[in-house]
Design a protein around this ligand. Structure first.
Ligand code: NAD
Length: 298
C-alpha cells in the first residue's frame, strides 16, 4: 500500500490518546472511524476534539484554522462501539488500555475484520511489538506507532518495527507520521522502547524521592520546571498521562527486566487502587490525580 492509497484511518480506543490521534488524522484530511466500547467515552472524545484544551476551537481562536475547516474536520470523524466498522479502514491505530491480553484480543479480531492490505499499528507505550504481533497473521503489516500526550501538540512519533514488520509498512508509517505533521524517529523493539524506559525512570524516581521526604509534590514539580526547563514536573505529567498508565508501565518494565529501579512505588499503587487515576477532566471516572489526593493547591 502507498501513502496515497490511505483514505480511512481507524482509531481504536477514544481515551486520552485515541481522541487526540483521531483529531490529528482528521485535521490532516483523513476520514476517521473512532471506536470505543463506551458510548460515554466517545461522546466525551468528540467534545474534547471540538472544544477541549487542545481541540479545534482553540486553533480557530488562535487563527490557526478557519471555522469551516474545523467543522469539516469534525464531520470527517465517525464514532462506533463496534470493531466491525473498521472493515474499510486502511490504517488502524490502536490506543486502548495498556494491557497486552486486551490488545492481543483486539488485534486478533481486527486481523479478521480489516482488509488484508490494511496496516495495524499499536500506540502501546512499551509492550514489545514482536509480542503483540503474535496475535495477527499479518505480521509484516503490524507496527508500533508511539504517540505522545497531548497527541495534537507533541511532535514525536516513535516508530517501532517488530521482528517481522516489512520495510513497506515501516516506510508508509514514517510517511503517514509526516503527513500528520509529526516527526517520526525509529526506536528498537524492547520493553519500553527508548522513551518509556527513559521517562519511567524519571517518574518513579520522583515518587520515591517524595516517599523519602526529600521533596513535596508541588516542590518537586517546580524544581524540575525551574532547574531543567521542563514544561511540567513528574507529578503533573502523571496527572496528564494517567496514573493507571504510569503504573502499568512500571509494572511491565519491572516484570520484563527485573531491574529494581523500574519497579512501581507503593504510593503510585495506592492512588490508582483508590481511584485516583489522573486529571478528572481527561480521565472519565477519575477521582483526580496527585494534587487532588493530597489536597495540594497548584
Ligand atoms: P485511556 O484509559 O485514556 O483510554 C483507553 C480507552 O480504551 C478507554 O476509553 C477504554 O474505554 C477503551 N477500551 C478498552 N477496551 C476496549 C475495547 N475492547 N475496544 C475499544 N476500546 C476499548 O488510555 P490512554 O492513556 O489513552 O492510553 C491508551 C494507549 O496509549 C495505552 O497503550 C497507553 O500505554 C498508550 N499511551 C498513553 C499515553 C498517555 O500519555 N496517556 C502516551 C502514549 C501512549
Amino acid at each position: 500500500m502507498k501513502l496515497e492509497d490511505v483514505k480511512v484511518i481507524g482509531v481504536v480506543g477514544a481515551g486520552v490518546m485515541g481522541h487526540g490521534i483521531a483529531q490529528v488524522a482528521a485535521k490532516a484530511g483523513y476520514e476517521v472511524v473512532l471506536v470505543d466500547i463506551s458510548e460515554e467515552v466517545l461522546k466525551k472524545a468528540l467534545e474534547l476534539i471540538e472544544s477541549g484544551p487542545f481541540g479545534l476551537k482553540r486553533l480557530v481562536e488562535k487563527g490557526k484554522m478557519s471555522e469551516e475547516d474545523a467543522k469539516a474536520c469534525m464531520a470527517r470523524i465517525k464514532t462506533s462501539t463496534s470493531l466491525d466498522s473498521l472493515k474499510d479502514a486502511d490504517f488502524i491505530i490502536e490506543a486502548v488500555t495498556e494491557n497486552a491480553d486486551l490488545k492481543k484480543k483486539i488485534f486478533s479480531q481486527l486481523d479478521k475484520i480489516c482488509k488484508p492490505e490494511a496496516i495495524i499499528a499499536s500506540n502501546t507505550s512499551g509492550i514489545m511489538i514482536s509480542d503483540l504481533a503474535t496475535a495477527v497473521d499479518r505480521k509484516d503489516r503490524f507496527i508500533g506507532m508511539h504517540w505522545f500526550n497531548p497527541a495534537p501538540v507533541m511532535k514525536l512519533i516513535e516508530v517501532v518495527r517488530g521482528a517481522l514488520t516489512s520495510d513497506e509498512t515501516f516506510d508508509l508509517t514514517v510517511e503517514l507520521s509526516r503527513k500528520f505533521g509529526k516527526i517520526p524517529i525509529e526506536a528498537g523493539d524492547g520493553p519500553g522502547f527508548f522513551t518509556t524506559r527513559f521517562i519511567n525512570s524519571w517518574l518513579v524516581e520522583a515518587v520515591r524521592l517524595f516517599e523519602m521526604g526529600i521533596g513535596g509534590i508541588r516542590e518537586i514539580d517546580e524544581m524540575c520546571r525551574l532547574a531543567f526547563g521542563f514544561p511540567m514536573g513528574p507529578f503533573e505529567l502523571m496527572d496528564l498521562i494517567g496514573l493507571d498508565t504510569a503504573l502499568h508501565i512500571a509494572e511491565y518494565l519491572y516484570e520484563e527486566t527485573k531491574e529494581k529501579h523500574y519497579a512501581p512505588p507503593n504510593t503510585l499503587k495506592k492512588l490508582v487502587l483508590s481511584g485516583y487515576i489522573g486529571d478528572k477532566k481527561l480521565k472519565p471516572g477519575s477521582r483526580g490525580g496527585w494534587y487532588d489526593f493530597y489536597g495540594i493547591k497548584k
